[in-house]
Design a protein around this ligand. Sequence first.
Ligand code: EPZ
Length: 430
Amino acid sequence: MEQYVIKGGNPLVGEVEIGGAKNAALPILAASVMTDDTVYVDNVPDVRDINVMLDTMASLGVMIKHENRHRIILNSANITEYVADNENIKKIRASYYLIGAMLAKYKSAEVTLPGGCDIGCRAIDQHIKGFRALGAEVRIEHGRIKAKAERLRGAHIYMDKVSVGATINVMLAASMAEGLTIIENCAKEPHVVDVANFLSSMGANIRGAGTDVIRIKGVPSLHGSDYTIIPDQIEAGTFMFAAAITHGDVMVKNIIPKHLESISAKLTEIGCEIEEADDCVRVVASKQLRSTQVKTLPYPGFPTDMQPQITVALALAKGTSIVTESIFENRFKYVDELICMGANISVEGNTAIIDGGARFTGANIAAPDLRAGAALVLAALASDGVSVVDDIRYVQRGYEDFHIKLQELGAQIELAESERDISKFRLKTG
Ligand code: EPZ
């Protein structure tokens, strides 16, 4: 089992290139089944969740070719199966996008119930509500969601909860429903807009993505497209916080600064200097970090996927901070690991109270989920001594070449597969 072995203490300095957004790429790849034409998707990150999605699509009969590491060619003209069911599909949340996409095109879909990171209850009632409003019959049986319709008809749908997944999934299905669909109380994340742009590039008629209300006029068929995925907001934010946590100076390149506003604002508040240009942002952390308060919220609020990273920074910052998690109920599991490294944090319900000013020391820790795993790596980079991070398969779900990008910024981090690798690393790094 692979681990990261890390010796902390080096400020990260240099430039890092951000890849395509995982959470946009997953629904966009799924949506490629909505046409018989060939679809080219560029800037697809080479991460585990994407590879699971591609394997699953291949098992449905989708022809998939990698033109290079990040450019994928898909053709779904010969889909033979509307049932997505393999062991792997349970591991990713985004498998549910195949329901919206196949329901749109084939009026039939059957997908094993989604898994994903264990960060809370992660209901799918709003997806189901949306599909039913469009006229589908949806049942959950034997661990699978089964959706079927004679025809899909546009509807007026009010989302009871702001949900990225439900907004995208209902948008997929409605794109090929008859007539007008209005979805209210939508998620406004950049990846919702990216999926809408992709569907529009295939001939869908979608207005309002990025606002509370999305209006979709269904079309009978979609055509091929050549589309480039937006940069990953959370990968970018993670490297921005890596600069802050290690008192470094990092230029984060190939990003859309507008998508990072809440992250930049919090970094400024805690004492970092931020310089923005067209497609990059520089984070300089030359002073002692300061405390703050933060609550995770749907976009444009502070992202839940950045909550562990800011908590690590605030554990090191001077003063008392409060972090409130308002999206997922079980997203503080990593705090015990941080406490092992020297953080002073108490969690009460959905709030972490952080008594800052900690000095972290290296420890053996385990990633409980994707973003928390990345945050623990950042904590290890700011620790005295060596840390070993277990369960890094979670980190690899969503970060491409994470340790290599960190190495290029001066971090002492390596992949280890055995005690021997860890001993060698200790010897090498003194
Ligand atoms: C997406 O999850 C992302 N995953 C998550 O990223 C991200 O944390 C989350 O959005 C919030 O931004 C993917 O895109 C694959 P939601 P999703 O539906 O779509 C409740 C990462 O680290 N809800 O916006 O599952 C739900 O329980 C991952 O990359 C319902 O009640 O999130 C939660 O409290 C982790 N009913 C809230 O809404 C529903 O039908 C937001 O969930 C759907 C959701």
